[in-house]
Design a protein around this ligand. Structure first.
Ligand code: ATP
Ligand code: MG
Length: 577
């Protein structure tokens, strides 16, 4: 490809709205342009990269036996009502009406559509298992679209759905997708971890997220420093440590804590550590008033709490509700005499019998609260967020909490949709049973951003060879020289015949501009052809990743390029295929 015939508008300056490096680079390297919030056009260079990512995803999905389909983006509301998600899915679901007043939405995901398809076609256990996937545009009206392709409103996802006749089959489908994802992210040249993720009320380890490690990630993961335990913070199990203290607790005692609302204020006033206090957090869960108790120095994990309750909605109580349920303004709620439907305590609170809590009256706390003696607790459960100080729940070694970007998600759905939407098959005995489903997503467009978060330097992008828009940039220094241009054309042709994708910078620009742009757009290999080199029968070669330069002899150029390219693949920890 000749740059002069191509559409690759690079930018010298960082766009003002781009907060993260990948967004800056995608814009500056002429890959995407914004249409409106969270909605982007892919320019030719961006599309080439996207297509390469999609190709790798497709190859591995096909290898795993999944079959490609292509579903509509516009979906009827009726299907969503059938599954029960029309009312549950938040404002991310963009809803509208057609001219006949029929409710529609833009697909944020396709469980409903695929279940509708499969229930109409698959009747017998003989037709199972089946795994169908697509690579398609999704729309989610994200509250905060940001970071360019990282969190778009319109984005490209690979989504696959498996249907099995029994649990063992569903587990095999899950494993096969898990393995395919490992191959996909390895082939994409990414540094990633598969982490245990929250699987909602199903529980168990039937949900994994594939996380690219990057400081700009929106997710936090807990990673063991010794074993291979890794979990999303939402899911990471908090280990209860320390021996229980069975000492008798003196009777509860009211103390005045005027104007002290926060844990810091109360504990400073009472001259105790925050670990002596219980935080009482009030929520509304599907219309019920519930309370969660955690130690003063801990954070409640709302996902754990929601799963424990099996609730569809969990929202923090408004100040007026707090006043009704506790009889006190915010900051003074406590478990003793609390007027709610259920009170759950973090497991750690079982270790001691002498706590400080809110007194359910303004400006007061209670000392010496023994939960088993003074309060009505529905149960103890793992409710808190893990911290860096916590041990690994598997092996007891330390935990690290790095940031990650979720690029893929495998999930065992069970019969949630097949039951709600009546997707049944007849088993060997002729008995109707719901199909067991799994769903498996990959953020194809997000991968482009995640890849750049991992691979860049102060000069620009560095694309891993498998997904680089072109593999080699051929920089011609003086395009006015006919001899040089002839040599360049010849070389361009030879490289393409060898199977390389080559972008030839034949623009009438100063060498400095070309070098800068070459580093910015970040193709893995650069070949530089100038008059001085030509006179000596050589061209200069550079690896974008290592910056290493070498000279290749023009009269042996094919063999030398091949060896040089193998070196570049090795720089990336890849082998020639
Ligand atoms: P997140 O927690 O980041 O919002 P999610 O859990 O909603 O993601 P899934 O429903 O599991 O995402 O979607 C599958 C994949 O699609 C995700 O792993 C992610 O890579 C990608 N994805 C989800 N939302 C977006 C978005 N707004 N922009 C780009 N990619 C996205
Ligand atoms: Mg997810």
């Amino acid at each position: 490809m000749r740059w002069s015939n191509y559409y690759l508008p690079t930018l010298k300056e960082d766009p003002a709205e781009a907060e993260v490096i990948s967004h800056r680079l995608l814009m500056r390297a002429g890959m995407i342009r914004k249409l409106t919030a969270g909605v982007y056009t892919y320019l030719p260079q961006g599309l080439r990269c996207l297509d390469k990512i999609a190709r790798i995803v497709r190859e591995e999905m096909n290898r795993a036996g999944a079959l490609e389909v292509f579903m509509p983006t516009v979906q009827p509301a009726d299907l969503w009502k059938e599954s029960g998600r029309w009312d549950v899915y938040g404002k991310e679901l963009l809803r509208f009406q057609d001219r006949h007043g029929r409710g529609c939405c833009l697909g944020p995901t396709h469980e409903e559509v695929i279940t509708d398809l499969v229930r109409g076609e698959i009747k017998s256990y003989r037709q199972l298992p089946i795994n169908l996937y697509q690579i398609q545009t999704k729309f989610r009206d994200e509250i905060r679209p940001r970071f360019g392709l990282m969190r778009g409103r319109e984005f490209i996802m690979k989504d696959a759905y498996s249907f099995d006749k029994d649990d063992a089959g569903a587990d095999r489908s899950y494993q096969s997708m898990f393995d395919a994802y490992m191959r996909i992210f390895t082939r994409l040249g990414m540094v990633f971890r598969a982490v245990e993720a929250d699987s909602g009320p199903i529980g168990g380890s039937f949900s994994h997220e594939f996380m690219v490690l990057a400081s700009t990630g929106e997710d936090t993961i807990a990673v063991c420093t010794a074993c291979d335990y890794a979990a999303n913070l939402e899911k990471a199990e908090a280990v209860v440590r320390g021996a229980g203290d069975d000492a008798q607790c003196p009777p509860a005692e009211l103390v005045l804590t005027p104007g002290r609302h926060t844990v810091e204020e109360v504990t400073a006033f009472l001259e105790v550590g925050p670990e002596k206090l219980i935080k009482t957090l009030l929520y509304e869960a599907d219309g019920q008033a519930v309370a969660a108790l955690v130690r003063g120095d801990r954070e409640l994990n709302e996902i754990k709490f929601k799963n424990l309750l099996g609730a569809k909605f969990l929202t923090m109580a408004a100040p007026e509700q707090v006043r009704v349920w506790s009889g006190a303004p915010v900051g003074f709620a406590g478990p003793v005499g609390l007027n709610v439907d259920a009170v759950w305590a973090d497991r750690e609170l079982g270790l001691s019998r002498d706590w400080i809590t809110g007194a359910n009256q303004g400006d007061a706390h209670l000392l010496h609260v023994d939960l088993s003696r003074d309060a009505k607790i529905n149960g103890y459960a793992d409710l808190r967020q893990v911290t860096r100080e916590d041990p690994c729940p598997r092996c007891g070694a330390g935990l690290e909490l790095p940031k990650g970007i979720e690029v893929g998600h495998v999930f065992k759905l069970g019969t949630k949709y097949s039951e709600a939407m009546d997707a049944q098959y007849l088993d060997e005995e002729g008995k109707a049973r719901p199909m067991i489903m799994g769903c498996f997503g990959i953020g194809v467009s997000r991968i482009m951003a995640a890849c750049l978060e991992q691979n860049n330097d102060e000069h620009g992008a560095m694309f891993p060879p498998p997904i680089a828009p072109f593999q080699i940039e051929l920089i011609v220094l003086n395009v006015k020289s006919r001899e040089l241009m002839q040599q360049a054309e010849n070389l361009h042709h030879q490289l393409e015949t060898m199977g390389f994708e080559v972008l030839m910078d034949d623009r009438e620009e100063r060498p400095g501009v070309k070098f800068k742009d070459a580093d910015l757009i970040g193709l893995p290999g650069q070949l530089i052809l100038g008059e001085k080199g030509l006179a000596r029968g050589v061209l200069e070669a550079k690896s974008r990743k290592t910056g290493q330069r070498s000279e290749l002899a023009l009269d042996d150029v094919q063999a030398q390029v091949r060896t040089w390219w193998q070196g570049i693949l090795a720089d990336w920890g890849l082998h020639a295929s």
